[in-house]
Design a protein around this ligand. Structure first.
Ligand SMILES: Cc1cc2nc3c(=O)[nH]c(=O)nc-3n(C[C@H](O)[C@H](O)[C@H](O)COP(=O)(O)O)c2cc1C
Length: 278
C-alpha cells in the first residue's frame, strides 16, 4: 500500500478509485487517514514533485510499506462497540478478504479450510442466541486474578463493557463469518491438534487483517463454540468439520485504532533456555 501516484487497491489506481466514489471512497478515506498519519513527509515530497533517485524512491517505498504493515499489525483490534450495525458489507469485500486469507500456511498443504458466511437474519439470530447462551455459562467461571498494575487488570472493565455490547447486538451485526477446518481432532495427540489449529487460525487472522485494510472491522470470538454442535446444525455444517472462530464483521466507526498495552514482549521471549531473557 503506497501513497501518491503508485497507490493501488486491487489493481486500481488511487485516482480511478476516487472517481468511483461510494463505499470504495469511504474505505479509501480510512486507509488514507491511516497512511497520512504515517507518511506525511513522503507524500509531501512526492506531491510537490521533488526529484528522488530510483534507489531513494525504492527505499522510501519500502519504509512506507513497512510502516503501514506494522501499523496494520499493531492496531487491528477486536472491534465490538465500533461495529457499524447500520451499514451493509458488500459480499465482494468478504470474498476478497477470503482470497487473501487462503494464502496463509496450511499443514502438509492440505488447505482444508472453509469460511461460512452468515447474512441471513434468522440464522444470525439463532447463532447470537447460542453465543449468548455460551457467554452466560462462561461468565460463571472462576476468574484469573491480576495485580493492580497489570495492564490486564486495567483493561478488564473496558473489555467487559465492550463484550456486553457485542453480546446484546450480535444478531444486528451485518455478517458473521466462521473459519472452519475439515476434520475433528479433539481426541488426537497434541501434535495433530497443533497442526490442525495451525492450519486455520493464521488464515482467520489474515482475513481480519485484510478486512481492516478495507475499513472493515471484526471481532475474534469463540463463545458461540461452547455450543459448536448446535451452531453447526443451524448452518448445515457437517459433523467432520471443526469450527475454529466466529468473526462478527462490519464497517468500523472512526479510524483511530491504537496499539494495545500488552505485557512486555521481552519478558515473554526466551533465548535458548526458558527463562533466559535479553
Ligand atoms: C481465542 C480467543 C477467543 C476470544 N473470544 C471472544 C469472544 O467470544 N467474545 C469476545 O467479545 N471477544 C473474544 N475474544 C477477544 C479478546 O477478548 C481480545 O482479543 C482481547 O481482549 C484483546 O483485545 P484486542 O483483540 O482488541 O487486542 C477472543 C480472543 C481470542 C484470541
Amino acid at each position: 500500500m503506497l501513497p501518491g501516484p503508485r497507490f493501488q487497491v486491487s489493481g486500481q489506481t488511487l485516482s480511478s478509485l476516487l472517481r468511483e466514489g461510494g463505499e470504495t471512497m469511504d474505505s479509501l478515506k480510512a486507509i488514507l487517514a491511516l497512511m497520512l498519519g504515517l507518511s506525511t513527509l513522503n507524500i509531501g515530497s512526492q506531491a510537490y514533485g521533488q526529484a528522488q533517485t530510483p534507489a531513494e524512491e525504492k527505499k522510501g517505498e519500502a519504509s512506507q510499506n513497512r510502516a503501514a504493515l506494522d501499523h496494520l499489525l499493531t492496531t487491528t483490534r477486536t472491534v465490538r462497540k465500533r461495529l457499524d450495525l447500520t451499514r451493509p458489507v458488500d459480499a465482494k469485500i468478504i470474498e476478497e478478504a477470503i482470497e487473501i486469507a487462503v494464502q496463509a500456511p496450511t499443514g502438509s498443504n492440505v488447505q482444508g479450510w472453509h469460511f461460512v458466511v452468515v447474512t441471513d437474519p434468522e440464522k444470525k439470530k439463532a447463532i447470537a442466541d447460542l453465543y449468548r447462551k455460551g457467554a452466560d455459562m462462561y461468565a460463571n467461571r472462576p476468574r484469573s486474578e491480576y495485580s493492580a498494575d497489570d495492564p490486564r487488570a486495567k483493561q478488564r472493565a473496558q473489555i467487559a463493557k465492550s463484550g456486553a455490547y457485542l453480546y446484546k447486538h450480535l444478531h444486528e451485526v451485518p455478517v458473521l463469518v466462521f473459519a472452519c477446518l475439515e476434520g475433528r481432532f479433539e481426541k488426537e495427540p497434541q501434535f495433530v491438534q497443533a497442526s490442525m489449529y495451525g492450519s486455520i487460525l493464521p488464515a482467520a487472522w489474515s482475513f481480519m487483517l485484510a478486512l481492516r485494510a478495507r475499513g472493515v472491522g471484526a471481532a475474534w470470538t469463540t463463545l458461540a463454540l461452547i455450543h459448536e454442535k448446535e451452531v453447526a446444525q443451524a448452518l448445515g455444517i457437517p459433523d467432520n468439520i471443526t469450527l475454529a472462530v466466529m468473526m462478527p464483521v462490519a464497517y468500523y466507526k472512526g479510524t483511530d485504532f491504537k496499539p494495545a498495552k500488552r505485557l512486555p514482549a521481552k519478558e515473554h521471549t526466551h533465548w535458548n533456555t526458558w527463562g533466559q531473557h535479553r
